[in-house]
Ligand binder design. Structure first.
Ligand code: NAD
Length: 296
């Protein structure tokens, strides 16, 4: 049994910390939100009065925070120099590649091993312990992080050096945003051309237009497997989080000099959808803006 400091117990972190506690780790938790902290305590974590207190005697420090600025500030102020250097540091937040590399560089300079380990899978996967982790960092850091990550997920993949986990995450989500946008406009066109949407699904899901956005996450209610579309686009992966990831992908593309017109188009579409009131809807609800029936 190890001592795990878990910081950031929101929609994702709450379930992740609960899985660690349930699987025998001693979890000491901290969140700026008392309600989030209280929920974690209800699921087996010990309460810390501050992030610094949580990390004091930790074997592993895991963070699940909103964005890069939160991660950089927390590690600079409360983790580096405060946690024992024997602790493995694992940031699971989705943040920009440059910040991830900067924080990992600072950790290394302070004598720590650190990995970036963003996740794929939403709140249900965090609660169920079935996340996919894509991990950036040294081979040694990866091996030290792996036993903790395996308690929260069912796939843990080493993507490469520091920042590679974040790079894989934003590339994956750029592809997801672009294929979902294409799937939405395709179904809208199919309808306008008079096709029955279930019939079109049956054809395209077995033809060369098939993709995960169509066969596992169909944006049309009543077509394909059960998805957020069947729950009025509630739950699932919020459009504002997809927009955040597309913005990270576009920043990274700009910095790397990569040409990503489809990613850029997807970013614009999601920005428009969020501006029109769709921020908290599942990202597949984009179809309602595309087929003109969107009423926020
Ligand atoms: P959230 O806003 O629900 O949770 C973040 C938590 O961090 C909040 O409880 C907040 O109070 C806490 N926090 C912020 N700053 C803090 C600080 N300095 N000290 C302690 N606590 C602090 O967000 P979430 O949905 O859990 O997402 C977390 C990360 O996971 C994000 O980077 C997001 O992009 C990523 N992610 C989310 C999903 C999803 O479906 N929600 C899926 C994959 C990845």
């Amino acid at each position: 049994m190890s001592r795990v400091a878990f910081i950031g117990l929101g929609n994702m972190g709450g379930g992740m910390a609960a899985n660690l506690a349930q699987k025998g780790e001693t979890v000491t938790a901290f969140d700026l939100s008392d309600a989030a902290l209280e929920r974690a305590v209800g699921k087996g974590a010990k309460r810390a009065a501050s992030a610094e207190e949580a990390v004091t005697d930790a074997d592993a420090v895991i963070t699940m925070l909103p964005a890069g600025r939160h991660v950089e500030q927390l590690f600079g102020r409360d983790v580096l120099g405060k946690a024992p250097t024997s602790a493995i540091l694992i940031d699971c937040s989705t943040i920009d590649v440059d910040t991830a590399r900067r924080v990992e560089g600072a950790a290394q300079a302070g004598g720590y091993a650190m990995v970036d380990a963003p996740v794929s899978g939403g709140i249900a996967a965090a609660d169920g312990g079935t996340l996919t982790f894509m991990v950036g960092g040294s081979a040694d850091g990866f091996e030290r992080a792996r036993p903790y990550l395996e308690k929260m997920g069912n796939a843990v993949i080493h993507a490469g050096d520091a920042g590679a986990g974040q790079a894989a995450k934003i590339c994956n989500n750029m592809l997801l945003g672009a294929t979902m946008a294409a799937t939405c406009e395709t179904f809208a066109l199919a309808q306008k051309l008079g096709l029955d949407l279930q019939t079109f699904y049956d054809i395209s899901s077995k033809a060369s237009g098939q993709s995960w956005s169509m066969t596992s996450y169909c944006p049309v209610p009543g077509v394909g497997p059960q998805t957020p579309a069947d729950r009025d686009y509630e739950g699932g992966f919020q459009a504002q989080l997809m927009l955040k990831d597309l913005k990270l992908a576009m920043e990274a593309a700009k910095a790397a000099g990569a040409y990503t017109p489809m990613g850029g188009e997807a970013e614009e579409l999601y920005q428009r959808f969020v501006d029109r009131g769709g921020a908290t809807k599942d990202f597949s609800a984009l179809i309602k803006m595309i087929d003109d029936s969107w009423t926020p």
